[in-house]
Structure formats: C-alpha cells, structure tokens
Design a protein around this ligand. Structure first.
Ligand code: IMP
Length: 194
C-alpha cells in the first residue's frame, strides 16, 4: 500500500496539481525538499521517459521510498518533432513563442499540427519503474494569443482557442499533464485496492 509519494520537483504548481488530483486516494505528496534533498541531476536523456526517470531515480537513490517525477515538452510535426526534450532550452521563456512562430513562418495551416507530451516516472524500491504518458493534440497558430499559462501556451491552438486563452480549469481538463496524472491515479487506485 502506497501512503506517501515524494515528487522530484520543487515546482509549487506541479505539486499543487498532483496533490489535487491524487487527494481522493489519501496519499500524501511531499516535495523532494520536504523529504530532505535538493538534488538536481543533469537531464541528458533523449526521451521524456528517460528524463523523468533520471529525476525520479536521483531522488530515490538518496532517500528511497516511492518517488515520482515528470518531464514534458512540445513536439511539432513539421519540425520533425522538435523541440521535444529541448523545449525548456529552445529559447529564453519570453522568446520561445516568437522563435517558434519565426521558424514556422512558411509552414501552411494544414501542416502545423503539434502535441504536448508529459511522462511521469514512478520509482519504488522493489519493482520495475512505471511510466505514464499523456498527450494534448493541437496546432501551432500564426500569432501569440492569450495571457494565461506559460511556455508555448500562447501559440498552441486547442480547437479555436490557444491554451493561454483558456482558464486554468479548462486547460487542466485537456492537458498532457492532466492525462498522465489520470493514468497515475488509476494505477495507484488499483494498486492500493489490491
Ligand atoms: P518541464 O517538464 O517542466 O521541464 O517543462 C519543459 C518545457 O516544456 C517547459 O519549459 C515549457 O517550455 C514546455 N511546456 C511543458 N508543458 C507545457 C505547457 O503545458 N504549456 C506550455 N509549455 C509547456
């Protein structure tokens, strides 16, 4: 029975989201800092799975127990899936959308498909690691719209709106992170019920 999970992050928003979604299961979620480590390993994997695993394993190696970590990014079909695991490093935060629009200025509307992916790795002492992946499919628009969210949200069209034009509640229903977390919820519920 899993009663406590350490999340390998110090990002307060991610922690809050995970706590909200997993709270019905009665599992306590604590940050790696609260658990006593501020390890920050190099994310040198080439997939979201590898990077999520690197983060969760680094914390597990120090404090043991059950640890989760997530890794996410944007994959654009016309750019052969880039920026993918390099999404955070693609450009400084206030330049990410501008650089992407610039790089895609000659790509026609019907070839602008893209998706966000989030992978959550769950590392425990006695079992193989588990991976839960969620995706959010959409298109890259031709201008920045909206002020909510972060990163590439102002240029990522989900239907007629960008993610930055959606309220946090609306985005949390369709986001890649929410979908991966729903899978984690289902897995933990089943596991704790057995
Ligand atoms: P990380 O998983 O926190 O390392 O995020 C990687 C990068 O992907 C972030 O810096 C963002 O640029 C981008 N990203 C991940 N999720 C989202 C999202 O929901 N909206 C916009 N950008 C995102």
């Amino acid at each position: 029975m899993i009663k406590k999970i350490v999340m390998a992050t110090n990002n307060a928003n991610k922690l809050r989201e995970v706590r909200e979604i997993l709270s019905p299961l009665g599992i306590e979620i604590i940050s790696q800092k609260e658990a006593g480590t501020d390890v920050d390993p190099e994310e040198n994997g080439v997939t979201f799975e590898e990077n999520a695993f690197i983060k969760a394993k680094a914390v597990h190696d120090i404090i043991g127990g059950t640890v989760i970590a997530d890794d996410s990014g944007l994959c654009v079909d016309a750019l052969d899936g880039r920026p993918s695991v390099y999404s955070a490093r693609y450009a400084p935060n206030d330049m990410k959308c501008k650089k992407l629009l610039d790089e895609m200025k000659d790509i026609p509307e019907n070839e602008r498909t893209a998706y966000f992916e989030c992978c959550i790795a769950l590392v425990t002492s006695n079992e193989e690691p588990k991976f839960m992946t969620g995706r959010c499919y959409g298109k890259i628009g031709t201008e920045e719209r909206g002020t909510n969210g972060f990163g590439y949200d102002p240029v990522f069209m989900y239907g007629e709106k960008t993610l930055a034009e959606m309220s946090p509640e609306e985005k949390n229903k369709v986001s890649h992170r929410a979908k991966a977390l729903e899978k984690l919820y289902d897995y933990l519920k089943k596991r704790n019920g057995e």
